[in-house]
Design a protein. Structure first.
Length: 288
């Protein structure tokens, strides 16, 4: 049972995680809007986010861990993980159904629970563990519709993305005072450098620039700042439980804007995953 004085802190972490994932859920929409390959959009988005996050970094007061070193190893580690998450996710959306990718991303609690236990020895609440097991069933349902289809490689890339994403949450949890804006700038810079050699410059038109600008300047950096702050207040596995917010929102954005209707297996898997989220969070609330 969560102590009464600790519950408000966790609720703050939940709110930050939910808001962050709502902003990040627009990524899939902008990927479809851009009509360019994953490397090209990753580069455009990274350039935009460097501007926004760089401005935030200049205005923020450096944390003690940042002032002791120009580039703490932890900052570089999170930067690499962030860059990997973004590139893998964007590429996955270009190679699979958006609904498939975001439902697979909703399995982040499983990866976060395992990583938190292995790296931090952080115990996971029983309800979260049960919900995580149920989430595995939901992901298996989604994947069953992709076996033998051209979208399978995109689904596998999505699994790689949530592995990097969940590990990032755990590292944020381990180092709560690490400067968020400066660390996220490092990730954007690494993503820009890593994707630049693969950019299809001829494919960049006004549509791609608009998608990259909105994604990089506004929605993605805002979501990442909110979400990266959540582990300060709540355990990694609980923060990751809000990944399904993106599952629902991203599917709706793309369905409404582009008519990309999710397959039956994806809908069924999504219902299972969202049910697990409700079980994990509402049950915890009633205990307090």
């Amino acid at each position: 049972m969560v102590a009464d004085e600790e519950f408000p802190r966790r609720r703050r972490g939940w709110a930050l995680a939910a808001a962050g994932m709502l902003f990040v859920s627009t990524d899939a929409f902008f990927v479809r809007l851009s009509e360019v390959d994953g490397w090209t959009l990753a580069f455009l988005m990274a350039c935009g986010s460097m501007v926004t996050l760089g401005a935030a970094a200049v205005r923020s007061r450096p944390s003690p861990s940042t002032t002791r070193s120009r580039m703490p190893p932890t900052m570089l580690l999170i930067g690499v993980l962030n860059a990997a998450t973004q590139v893998l996710f964007i590429t996955a959306v270009t190679r699979s159904e958006v609904s498939n990718v975001v439902v697979i991303v909703a399995a982040a609690p499983l990866f976060a629970s395992l990583a938190a236990w292995l790296l931090l020895r952080e115990r996971t609440d029983t309800r979260v563990l049960i919900a995580t097991v149920v989430t595995v069933g939901g992901i298996a349902t989604v994947m069953s519709g992709s076996l033998g289809s051209p979208t399978l490689d995109g689904d596998l890339l999505a699994i790689g993305a949530i592995g990097a994403f969940a590990t990032t949450i755990v590292v944020w949890r381990r180092f709560p005072d690490l400067d968020r804006a400066r660390t996220l700038v490092v990730g954007s810079a690494l993503m820009a450098l890593g994707s630049a050699p693969f950019v299809d410059w001829d494919a960049i038109d006004s549509r791609a620039v608009l998608a990259g600008a909105l994604m990089g300047l506004v929605f993605n950096p805002t979501g990442r700042m909110l979400y990266s702050s959540a582990p300060r207040w709540a355990p990694a596995a609980e923060v990751a439980m809000f990944a399904p917010v993106e599952t629902v929102a991203a599917t709706v954005w793309v369905w409404v804007a582009f008519g990309e209707q999710p397959p039956g297996a994806t809908v069924a898997g999504g219902i299972i995953v969202l049910g697990a989220l409700v079980f994990a969070t509402t049950g915890r609330a009633t205990q307090n």
